[in-house]
Structure formats: C-alpha cells, structure tokens
Design a protein around this ligand. Sequence first.
Ligand code: GLU
Length: 328
Amino acid sequence: MPKKPQGSRSVAAMTEITQGVGAGRYAPSPSGDLHIGNLRTAVLAWVFARAEGKRFVLRVEDLDRVKEGAAQRQLTDLAQIGLDWDPPVLLQSERQEVHRAAVVDLSERGLTYECYCTRREIQAEIAAAGGAPHGAPGAYPGTCRNLTAQQREQRRRDRPPAIRLRAQAETATVTDRLAGEVTEAVDDMVLLRNDGRPAYNLAVVLDDTFQGVDQVVRADDLLSSAPRQAHLAHLLGLVQVKYIHVPLVLNTSGQRLAKRDGAVTLGDLRAAGHTTAEVMEWMGRSLGLPSQVACAQDVLDQHTHLRLTDGPWTFTPPSTSSTQPTGP
Ligand code: GLU
C-alpha cells in the first residue's frame, strides 16, 4: 500500500471516527420502496455486523432521486422484518458541506481538475479512441485533465464544470470476503457534479468513515466500484473498510429485481396475502438456512449456515395469494 498521502489529516479530522468495535451499515437510496432483494441485502448487512458485535447504522442516500415518503417507509419495513439500528439515521444530503470541503482539500493538493465534458462528448471520445482507458467501460478518457488556464477559462463560458479526481493509480485492488481479490481500473471519477452536488463515490467513502463504518455489505452489482472507492478513501486518509458483496436477487428474466416485476415489496406481498414471516421464510430458504426463519434474528441465529456462494437468487413474485414464489 502506498504511503498515506500528505494533507489528508484535515479531512480525517472533519469526520467522527468511532473507534472500537466498528460498524456495519445499510445505505438505501430513497427512490422507492425496498423490494425483497433490497431487504435481503439489508438483513445480511445487519447479520454480518451483529454477528461480529458491531454497531449497525443506517444512511439515507438522498443526493439523487428522492421519492416523497420513501425513506420513512423503508425504515418502517426494515423494522418490520426485525432489524434494529444505532441512531441517528444519517441523511446524506445534510453532509454536503463536508463533502465539498473534502474536494477543497484534494484540490489544494493538486488532486482534482475541472471537467466540462457532456456525457455525449465522453461517449464520442471513447468511440473515437476505440475504447475507454484500460478497457474499463465508461471510464473517463481524461479529456479535460491537462487543459491550460486559458482553455479552462474558455470552456467555463459554455457550461459550469464538474470536478474530477486526478486519480493517482490506474488500478486498485480490494479484498472481498466472498469474491476474493478484486482489481479494477480507477478512472478520474467525478467528485462534484456540475450542479455542485457531491457524487456518490465521494459521499459514500466520507460518510462511511463519519459513521464509524468498517464493514460494507451490499449487493454485488457494486463490487466493481469498490476498488475506486478504496483508492479515493486512501487519498482522503479515510478508513479502509472490509467488503462483503452479496449476490443480487434477480427476476425470472435474469435481470436485477425491480418494482415493475410485480409483488416484490413487503407492502405488495402483504396485499397479495403473504405475511412478513412468510416473506422471511422464503428469504431464509434462499440463503440455505436449515431451520425456518420468520425474522432477521432467526437469520442471525443461523448465520454460520449462510450459503452465499450459489450466485443470485431468482425471485418469482406470487401472482395470487395461493402461489408460492420459487427459490433454490
Ligand atoms: N445507495 C446505494 C443503493 O441503494 C447503495 C450504496 C452502497 O451501499 O454503497 O444502491
């Protein structure tokens, strides 16, 4: 691991690192109700944290799409399936000043630059170059990395800039408890969007450290983001978390389960005649647990039997109250 970068102290000081047992977390985006896939990930995050005697915290990641009332309903559903958490629930949007201060810190160390590219321009540049850098789909090709002051002045007249990280490595590696060593390209990721809002990769690492999180359990569609987040956390002098990326829940067409797939939220499933305990029972079976499960505590009690290496769980939503979803 390279040496801890200079100047990272000020950012670490802005965070309240909770020493000791550490914490696990669940960090949903309040863009709608949680479906059974989200609930399964939340249960696993809670189980891994509690099994190691860690605190468990929640964070509402509300920098993007927010659906009115969704955050409250998500908390209600999490409590309904038996999760408890250590207060307070953090609202990510309330931390924007800290997110921006971290970008100032990086900028003062020469680790950022302004980017004026539109999404379309980036795609065109990647196509013209015959592919993205390091063969990583969507990776930023560095168009604005070395603009002169004069060029920047000119481009600023067209549109306000986003701020990108001047990445200090081409790749980064993390160790995931299930996937093992994972190496991915690190590109010059956006830190602040051109409307001034902090980007997900920045907010996630700062807020995990702030909440004392040292264990990140989330769905494995985010596994490829982990190395770049670890690189950014390193540059900011933040805590390096332990990762456990768990299999996704898919629909019957093999895509990531979504609200449009039918009765997939706790509310929909209850309306279709299924109790919360029944939903938890399907979840328990999908995790290979030997005894019947009716709530999150039942999963914790059997956590040494968790089977997470069989790949994704395909969930077939019930069409009527008499139909049982199928699972492994
Ligand atoms: N807010 C993200 C989501 O709901 C999760 C981010 C994370 O766990 O790092 O997909």
